[in-house]
Write a protein that binds this ligand. Sequence first.
Ligand code: MN
Length: 259
Amino acid sequence: MQILVTNDDGIIAEGLWVLARELAKIASVTVVAPDRERSAIGTAVTLRHPLRVKPVKPPVPGVVAYSVDGTPSDSVILALGKLMEGRVDLVISGINHGPNLGEDVHISGTVGAALQGYLRGFSAIAVSAPDESERHLDTAARAATALVKRMEENPPPRRLFLNINLPDRPLAGVAGVKITRLARESHINTVEEDSHGRQKYYWLERERLGETEDSDTDIWAIEHGHISITPLYFSHDDKPPKPLLDGLCSGLLKELKSR
Ligand code: MN
């Protein structure tokens, strides 16, 4: 199995390598990622200037790695179109340092990179964990890898695009794994105005709205301590049937906790 791993936090981000290390136990892994942090850049691609690619000495043995002086989407397009040889089975983006939930997935560079893989016909997974915690990165990497293994053992009939988020809890406290839909809510919903001297300036900020009531959404799942797995798709034909997703995720938490 050959997997492309990318992210939007940049080639030196810890989440990228925790994921690559876990995946490398079951697959051949190529990492192609931006040379710096490019979060919240969505699916942007670079068309007005040339891109440069540098081989990177990977911290994980056996992994091939490159950095790109472009966006997460540039990295995926370059990897699939030029850098990788042979059959690619899957594109995985993450582990993002911070959640990607609700309508914010449309600005997420993590999800944007996975989308580029999906649009090119590959199954794709975006993985995000709460900010600044190693324990979440490890759980996220193991959850993603367990899913990948299941997809290898029982290949889905058509490509899948999954957005996975981890709750802010240690693995022992995780309540479950929930198949969800995107909440109709954006966290980037506030403009803060301030000034220094005569000059005004603005910050676009995240402000939580009230409690999410809809228990089938990704935000609800995270707030209630579940691992959220949201299938993303664009046409009805690509909507994964519920039994397939249930099968893919059944017993997943038990499997993670048993190790
Ligand atoms: Mn990011």
